[in-house]
Structure formats: structure tokens, C-alpha cells
Design a protein around this ligand. Structure first.
Ligand code: KDO
Length: 330
């Protein structure tokens, strides 16, 4: 919020020196994310989304949660302090519990499956509710990647083959109920913590590990302070490109179509880049001295899914939607 007002002051200063009215009228689209500038989603938005809307709006990204703390982005958009974010199903589930279905372990199967689900009619009531209740439009689905368990211990000390092997392991997970539930469902002892604090927590040993896709492990340099990755693939994770409905309503139809297409194009570019990185990075991480190995996936899948059955989360899922999601997969 402080930075937001500093930004506004800067903008005011700039306005005083401007002579062109059109430049003054261009809305500034502030985007806040915990991700770094070199994250593939950030790169895709900066190189594809920003330029595509530049004739009528100014895309202004803020990385590493420097504008809004992780998890507060949706409230910031709702209150007019932010125009855009890449939000998660877990964050949306804080307001609309039915979104936990998209945050459930082993539901989404791949990047392609995520796109099919997002574009399917099953998604329409979800999107509508986000618009009506939060004043946010979900424009496209971005691929974050397959989340794996990444620990400080060498494999000789802790060999993570089944959920039982995670008993007592303090696993950092993002701070919301849906995330913490997933951590427990994996068999671990989840600890909530903001993304920007993970590196130091791993370094000092205040947590035993964290879970994120390989491109994030590399981009955030978690490999410097960890020794192993068990490829649990417990969540094929996503973010939605979230855009202020108030700003959207101020655009004309052609501009809205341009924003929509820009979001889809950026999501596609980011998805391809992230998939490529996921493929390449096992070799890189192994070369850095990490043990990267596959656990008993059937044991993890069965255990995680069993935790959701009959849970409060599952009770919030609209009838039949899980079956529809499954039918869009393999
Ligand atoms: C994280 O905090 O572990 C997480 O991966 C959660 C995601 O929803 C997303 O917010 C992501 O962080 C950030 O964009 C940083 O990569």
C-alpha cells in the first residue's frame, strides 16, 4: 500500500510534466506477484501482454511481492489498489471455497488439461462468481508446473518414497487453508510462510523443505540450500491471470478483446517456456549435486486423494464437477 501511494505520487509528478492528454488518460495496469522478474510467467507477461496493450494502457509489473504481500492481491484489486495479479485457486478458495477443487492434489493432469478445464463450460459459473463477488475477471490460465517435494536432507538421511516418509518433516507451504491441507495430505507437517521468505528459511533450517515446480527451484535458487527432490508431482499447479473488472468495464469492446487475446497469448508463451524448463532442469539440478528421483507415485496419489474424500473442501465442490474435470483428462 505504501509503495502504491509512492507510485501514485510519482505518477502525479510525471503528469505535471506531460503535455499530451492521451498519455495522461492511459490507465496504468499495476500487476503484483511474489514471482521474480526472471520467472517464465513474469517474462511472458512483460514481453507478450504488456506490448500488446501498450497503445491504450501501461502494463506496470511489481515483482517479489514488492507492491502487495502474497495472498492479498485479490483484496487489493477489489479495493482499487491494484489492477492485475496472477492469482491461484488456493487464494480464490479463501473467498469461494469451491475453488479448492482446482487446488486438490492429483486432479489436474497436465498443462493441456488445465487449458481444457479453464475453457470448458464447467468453468463459467466459477468465473462468473469471481466477477460478481470479487470484481475480478479471470482471463486465462497460466502454467506454473508440477510441484515436487524439495528437502534440505540428503537422500541418505531421508528417502521420500511414500507419504509415511514425510512424517514429521516441516514442509513450507504457502499460507492458506487449501495449501496447508495439501501439505498434511502429503503426509508432512506443513508450515505456512510467504514465498519470499523460503530461501532464508531453508538456509537457516527453520523449515526442512518446500514444494514448488523445478523452474521455481532453479529461478529462486533453492537448489543452493537443499539436497534432494522427490518427484511427487502432487499438484500440476496453475495461476489465473486476474484483471480488475472496474478497469475492464472502462475499456471499449475492441480494447477488451485486445486485453483478452494478450492474456491468452502470454499464457501460451509462458506455458511453452515453463514446460521446456521442466524438461531440461532435472539434468541441471543433478549437476548441482541434488538427488532427483521418483517416489512411489501410486502410494502418494492414493493417500492424497483419500484425504480429500469427505473433507470440508470436497463438500464445497459443486455436484459433478470433479467428474467433468476427470472426463477432460486422459
Ligand atoms: C509458492 O508460494 O510456493 C507459490 O508457488 C504459490 C503460487 O500460487 C504462486 O503464487 C507462486 O508461489 C509465486 O508466483 C512465486 O513463484
Amino acid at each position: 500500500i505504501m509503495l502504491a501511494s509512492t507510485g501514485m505520487l510519482a505518477l502525479l509528478g510525471a503528469t505535471l510534466h506531460l503535455t499530451s492528454a492521451s498519455a495522461q488518460d492511459k490507465p496504468v495496469i499495476r500487476m503484483s506477484t511474489p514471482a521474480s522478474e526472471t520467472d517464465q510467467r513474469s517474462i511472458a507477461l512483460a514481453t507478450v501482454f504488456g506490448p500488446a496493450i501498450s497503445s491504450f494502457a501501461t502494463y506496470q509489473p511489481h515483482y517479489n511481492s514488492s507492491l502487495v504481500p502474497q495472498g492479498s492481491e485479490l483484496e487489493a484489486i477489489a479495493s482499487g489498489d491494484l489492477e492485475m495479479s496472477i492469482t491461484s485457486a488456493q487464494e480464490l478458495a479463501n473467498f469461494l471455497p469451491e475453488f479448492s477443487i482446482f487446488a486438490t492434489g492429483y486432479v489436474h493432469q497436465s498443462a493441456e488439461h488445465q487449458v481444457k478445464v479453464f475453457n470448458d463450460a464447467l468453468m463459467a459459473p466459477f468465473k462468473q462468481k469471481v466477477e460478481d463477488e470479487l470484481g475480478v475477471k479471470l482471463l486465462a490460465v497460466m502454467y506454473l508446473g508440477k510441484r515436487h517435494v524439495n528437502l534440505r536432507f540428503p537422500r541418505s538421511e531421508k528417502n521420500v518414497m511414500t507419504p509415511a516418509d514425510l512424517a514429521g518433516v516441516n514442509l513450507r507451504m504457502p499460507g492458506s487453508d487449501a495449501w496447508q491441507f495439501l501439505g498434511r495430505a502429503l503426509g508432512a507437517n506443513p508450515t505456512p510462510m510467504a514465498f519470499t521468505e523460503i530461501y532464508t528459511a531453508l538456509q537457516t533450517g527453520s523449515v526442512d523443505g518446500q514444494d514448488n515446480p523445478l523452474p521455481t527451484v532453479v529461478d529462486a535458487k533453492f537448489y543452493e540450500v537443499t539436497k534432494q527432490i522427490s518427484l511427487t508431482a502432487h499438484l500440476v499447479d496453475l495461476n489465473y491471470i486476474a484483471f480488475s473488472k472496474a478497469v475492464w468495464d472502462g475499456l471499449d469492446a475492441e480494447q477488451q478483446a485486445t486485453v483478452q487475446k494478450a492474456a491468452e497469448d502470454a499464457a501460451e508463451a509462458g506455458r511453452q517456456a515453463q514446460l521446456k524448463k521442466e524438461d531440461e532442469l532435472v539434468a541441471f539440478l543433478t549437476a548441482q549435486g541434488l538427488d532427483v528421483y521418483e517416489p512411489d507415485l501410486q502410494a502418494f496419489r492414493t493417500h492424497v486423494q483419500a484425504q480429500y474424500v469427505g473433507s470440508d473442501f470436497a463438500k464445497a465442490w459443486p455436484e459433478g464437477v470433479l467428474e467433468q474435470i476427470n472426463a477432460l483428462g486422459n
